[in-house]
Structures are given as C-alpha cells and as structure tokens.
Design a protein around this ligand. Sequence first.
Ligand code: ADP
Length: 196
Amino acid sequence: MTHIIGLTGGIGSGKSLVAARFADLGITVVNADTVAREVVAKGEPALEAIREHFGDDILLPTGELDRRKLREIIFKNSAEKTWLENLLHPIIRVRTIEQLNAATSPYVILESPLLLETDQHLLVEKIIVVDVDEATQIARASARDGSDVEQIKRIVATQMPRAEKLKKTDYVIDNSGTKENTLAQVDKLHQDLLQL
Ligand code: ADP
C-alpha cells in the first residue's frame, strides 16, 4: 500500500495552492471536502436516506440536495445534526479510504481542513501543515471568498489554533512569502516524501 500523507492548515492558509502543486507533480490528492460532497450527490444512497428523513423539501427542483436548507435545520436542531453525522460519517470514511487505496502514485495526499480536529489524522502516516499567521490567513480567505472578516474569524475560531497544529505536524510549509516560494518548498518536500 502506498504512503498516505495528510495535508492540512486553517482556512486561507494555502492548502489548495499546495495540493495543486502535488497534483502537478503526479501525486494523487484526495480532498476530504470533495468526498463529503460526493456522498450526497444525486443518485447516492445517502441522499435518499436524507430525503426519507427530512422529506422531499430537502431537495432542490433539480433533485440535488438543498445544502442551505439542511445547514439551517442542523444549526437549529442538535438531534438532527447528530442524526446526519451518524449517517454520513461512516460513509465518508469508507469512501475516503477507498480513494486513498485506489491511488497508484508513490504516495497519496489526504487534504483536509479538519485533519487534526477529526479522526482523519488516524488514516495518515505523516502530516504536512501549511502555515501562515492568522492576519494573513484571514486577509487571504476573505479576499478569495468575498466574505466578511468576521465570518472568516468565526470559522478560524472553530479550527485548531496554529500553535497546536505546529506541535502535531511532521512537516511545515511556510506560506508567508510569495506563491513561488511556497511552490519551491513543495517541490523540495516532494523529493523527501519520495524517499519514504
Ligand atoms: P486554503 O485552501 O487553505 O483555504 P488557498 O490555497 O485557497 O487556501 O489560499 C487562499 C487564498 O490566498 C487564495 O485566493 C490563494 O490564491 C491566495 N494565496 C495563497 N497563497 C498565497 C501567497 N503565498 N501569496 C499570495 N496569495 C496567496
């Protein structure tokens, strides 16, 4: 089995930038957020279970999940939130493991903003943290998403503090400089990871 490497960092830290470079280098990247969306795509059994539980109104006219409505429901009702987590968590886990196992590159990356906050870190052999200071993180994330600084700050508050992440990681990519500087660090780390 191929080596599984976790890639994490707070919102706006530069995970996508780093992940895209690994992909360019021929490394398979499994994105935890993408898997979480795939399992509730049209035609998936989990979407049918959600429809049975919440009713047809939880679907958009297109038959796709009305994510906004679902978010509102679980925000207001913790029992519904637990129900949903109990449904999706094992399905996402199995799908993630399947995709990691299907990779044929010398190692495979699991990219997740909540790698360290969830049991996802148990799936990986080594951890990479993409690191910037909080002010840079907030500025970049709000510029990217067009969302206000307060909203980004609320998300940052739900994530593990930077110092804690740095204590738990094997490798750090410092994304405080230019993108080129960061990409050069990825290329160097790639050479190290090929030696595993
Ligand atoms: P994440 O995936 O961790 O949320 P992104 O990779 O999307 O973060 O980066 C957040 C935003 O900051 C993006 O718009 C990206 O283009 C920009 N960005 C990332 N790294 C740098 C950098 N070193 N210099 C300037 N802008 C950057």
